[in-house]
Design a protein around this ligand. Structure first.
Ligand SMILES: Nc1nc2c(ncn2[C@@H]2O[C@H](COP(=O)(O)OP(=O)(O)O)[C@@H](O)[C@H]2O)c(=O)[nH]1
Ligand SMILES: [Mg+2]
Length: 327
C-alpha cells in the first residue's frame, strides 16, 4: 500500500486557506524535509534474522529471507525505499574468507561521511539470535569494525537487537496463542540482554542499548507469524535518528497491522512514536505560532492521532486528519 506522506502534506499545504507567501514558506520547508535521506544498516551472524527484520519493519517484501543455513546475502545489498536506504549485509561466521570480505565491506560503508564529516549511516542494528552462545563474533564485530569505523563519538548509532525471542528456550515458554513469552522466558530474555550488554561493555567499554524482539517468520504452510516487540524496536530506531529524518521512516513502515500488535507493554511505544512523527510533521509544515495552537488548544493530541494513523496505514484517514490542521 502506498502512502506518500510528502505528497499528502504538499496537497494539504497547497489547498490550505493561507497566504501565498505562507504557502511558499511551508512548501520550501517540506522540500527540505523531503531531501533528508536516512541510512540504516543491519549487521550480525547469518541466520540471526536481519532480512526478516527488514521485511517486518518496512513496507514491501524487499529482503530475501534465508532457508536453513544457506546465506542468501553474499554482498551488502541495498534497498532504496523513497528516502530510506537499508543496507542488508551478509552474515559473519560462514568462512574466514567470507568473513574478511564481509568485514571490509561493512568497514567501508560505515567509514563513509558526508561533506561535513558526519557518517552517512544513521543507525547500525546489530542483530543477534537469542539462542546463540557465540557472542565472541559479535563483540569482535563491534570492537574491531563498528566502533573504529564510526568512531567512539558516534557509538550511540549502534543498537543491539536480540531477535528470535520465541526460540530463546528452544521454543519452550513461548505462548503461541498470545504471541508473547511467559514469565519464565521473559526473565530469561531480560537476563540474556543484560549479559550480552555486560559482555559487550566489558570488551568495548561502551554500554549499548540492548532489547529483545521477534521479527516473525513464515511457517511451513506459508503463514506469516506476527512479530513481537517490533514497536519497541521501531521506538528505539526512531529516538536514535535525527528528528528531521523520521518522516522517511514513517513513510515506509509495514502497513500490516498484525506486525505491530504485540509488545511487552513496558511503554506505550505506539503513542511515543506517533507523537514523535506528529511533532516532526508539524515542525515541517507549520509555523511557530500555529504550533502553540496545536499543542495547547483545541487540537491537542492531534499530532499523535495523526501519526498513529500513519502507523496503522490508512491513507484515507491520514488525509482526513490533515484536514483542519492547515485550514
Ligand atoms: N522463530 C523465528 N524465526 C525467525 C525469526 N526471525 C527470523 N527467523 C527465521 O530465521 C531464519 C533466518 O532469517 P534471515 O532473515 O534470513 O536471517 P539473516 O541471514 O540474518 O538475513 C529464517 O528461516 C527466518 O524465517 C523470529 O523472530 N522467530
Ligand atoms: Mg539475510
Amino acid at each position: 500500500m502506498s502512502r506518500n506522506i510528502y505528497e499528502l502534506l504538499e496537497k494539504e499545504i497547497s489547498e490550505a486557506n493561507i497566504s501565498e507567501s505562507e504557502k511558499n514558506k511551508r512548501l520550501s520547508k517540506l522540500l527540505k524535509a523531503r531531501g533528508q535521506k536516512i541510512n540504516l544498516i543491519l549487521v550480525g551472524a547469518t541466520g540471526s534474522g536481519k532480512s526478516s527484520t527488514i521485511n517486518s519493519l518496512f513496507d514491501t517484501s524487499v529482503a530475501k529471507v534465508g532457508i536453513g543455513v544457506d546465506p542468501e546475502t553474499t554482498d551488502i545489498s541495498c534497498y532504496e525505499l523513497e528516502n530510506l536506504t537499508i543496507w542488508d549485509s551478509p552474515g559473519l561466521g560462514d568462512s574466514n574468507a567470507n568473513d574478511a570480505n564481509y568485514s571490509n565491506q561493512i568497514l567501508k560503508k560505515l567509514s563513509e561521511t558526508d561533506d561535513e564529516g558526519v557518517p552517512v549511516v544513521d543507525l547500525v542494528l546489530v542483530v543477534i539470535d537469542a539462542s546463540t552462545k557465540d557472542l565472541k563474533t559479535t563483540c569482535g564485530l563491534i570492537n574491531d569494525i563498528l566502533l573504529p569505523a564510526l568512531t567512539m563519538e558516534n557509538a550511540d548509532r549502534i543498537l543491539i537487537a536480540v531477535n528470535q525471542a520465541d526460540m530463546a528456550m528452544k521454543g519452550n515458554h513461548w505462548l503461541k496463542e498470545e504471541n508473547r513469552p511467559d514469565d519464565i522466558l521473559k526473565a530469561f530474555l531480560e537476563e540474556k540482554c543484560d549479559s550480552i550488554s555486560n559482555r559487550i561493555s566489558e570488551e568495548t567499554g561502551v554500554e549499548f542499548k540492548t532489547m529483545y524482539y521477534c521479527a516473525g517468520y513464515t511457517d511451513e504452510n506459508g503463514n506469516q507469524m506476527p512479530a513481537y516487540n517490533l514497536t519497541k524496536l521501531l521506538y528505539n530506531i526512531v529516538i536514535s535518528v535525527p528528528a528531521e529524518k523520521r518522516i522517511a521512516i514513517a513513510e515506509n513502515l509495514n502497513g500490516d497491522n498484525d506486525m505491530w500488535e504485540y509488545d511487552d507493554g513496558d511503554e506505550d511505544y505506539i503513542s511515543v512514536i506517533s507523537q514523535s512523527f506528529g511533532e516532526v510533521i508539524m515542525d515541517t509544515v507549520s509555523s511557530f505560532a500555529e504550533k502553540g495552537v496545536v499543542y495547547g488548544g483545541a487540537l491537542l493530541g492531534m499530532p499523535g492521532a495523526l501519526a498513529g494513523s500513519l502507523l496503522c496505514g490508512a491513507a484515507g484517514a491520514v488525509v482526513g486528519l490533515f484536514k483542519g490542521l492547515f485550514e
